[in-house]
Design a protein around this ligand. Sequence first.
Ligand SMILES: Nc1ncnc2c1ncn2[C@@H]1O[C@H](COP(=O)(O)OP(=O)(O)OP(=O)(O)O)[C@@H](O)[C@H]1O
Ligand SMILES: [Mg+2]
Length: 465
Amino acid sequence: MAVIIVIDDEQRQRDIIKTILEDEGHEAHTAPSAEKGLELIETLIPDVVITDLKMGGMSGVQLLDALPGDPVRPAVIIMTAFGTISSAVEAIKKGAFDYLTKPLEKDVIVLTVKKAVERMQLLKDNIRLQDALFGKFKMEGIIGNSKRMRDVIEVAKKVAPTSVTVLVYGESGTGKELIAKAVHYNSPRRTGPFTAINCAAIPDNLIESELFGYEPGAFTGAAHRKIGLFESSDRGTLFLDEVGDLPLLTQTKILRVLQDKEVRRLGGKDNIKVDVRIIAATNKDLEKEVANGKFREDLYYRLKVVAIELPPLRERKEDIAVLAGFFIEKYNKEFGKRIKGLSDGSVKALADYHWPGNIRQLEFVVERAVLMSDSDTIQVNDIRGEIRLPPEKGMLDIELPEEGINFEELEKELIKKAMFKANNVAAKAARLLGMTYKTFWYRLEKFGLHNNVSPKEDIYPEKRN
Ligand SMILES: Nc1ncnc2c1ncn2[C@@H]1O[C@H](COP(=O)(O)OP(=O)(O)OP(=O)(O)O)[C@@H](O)[C@H]1O
Ligand SMILES: [Mg+2]
């Protein structure tokens, strides 16, 4: 299966080719002009592009020039009318993979596309081999010298070259996604895709189409074929974030894919072989979820072949200064500053804080401090506003007055505290208070607190309704 974009200003031509490609099991998209095609190429990162040579606007050869560079550059097949072979030859010189002469013949299209797909695969394999030869087996970008982080990195290095499933545990912001990516990019799958899906952010009824894809007509509104994440992650890694939030029925289906190494698109008849490594992450206690019947035990064992637990920052304080130093460098570059480090006082303040948002929060704090600081060292004043110690206990330690308690105020306080504890992730805060997302969101808006919601979370606003 490959992702292919067909560009032609004649709709009939586009549709015919699209159908041929889909019959071959590919995911085909079409564009009426080179300009529109380029936009699609940027978002879909196709393996192959089939484009007409002469179109109103940009030509097929101009499109070749405008393509993004390695490693995402697709194989381009140029279509030209009979009698204009010389321009096709010119296109080949400019880097086109092959050309087709019109009128097109089905068999020729199929064969040429097959060769292009094989060539792309070969290229990717090649990059992979070279990387292995040069032994690029480092866990780049993971900072931490504490014993616990060194243990984490050691396990990650051991599992990276294999395809075993990994379950990553950790509070919000501890680096779950970072470690998943490190495992992928240090594995032989690194030239394949790394795709991530946040199971908590996607409404239940959409999750299966995302994961398994669908055929046209699979349900109302399914007009086109959609390739799911299992398929598009073929030869790569699929990161199932917040896996504890998957509906039970979907869990069953995922288990089947893991066992059979095959998926079936919704509404489809065929099983499609997939070679995907799964890395799952959660900040829930999955064992407890299993005990409560919310998570399938068999899937749980299947996922945690290797478990990696990322310790919260407060349990590895010796890493705080190194991490802060790393982020100072990063933001020095970004903001063109020259901050040398942290004052003793600010190191102590950072170490005393309990970091509910872990490394992500530390990064924000340092970013702001670098931006705001007027001297060459970060002073306590530069960070004070950001990490005011929160009321650790006593949220519910409320003194009831003799009469006339303001219930609305109390409710608002609770919402605020839950948001604080959940690091502004509304879905988590809702769970803390035992409310549905919808009920919680309604209250957030009522108190005008919805602007605090972590921007990361806001990918699927339809979930609010
Ligand atoms: N050990 C580390 N070294 C350097 N940067 C780190 C480290 N751990 C985390 N980070 C950075 O902190 C941020 C949060 O990490 P990440 O997104 O991986 O956390 P997460 O556990 O997936 O969080 P959430 O549960 O909220 O999704 C990222 O910008 C990441 O690059
Ligand atoms: Mg994450």
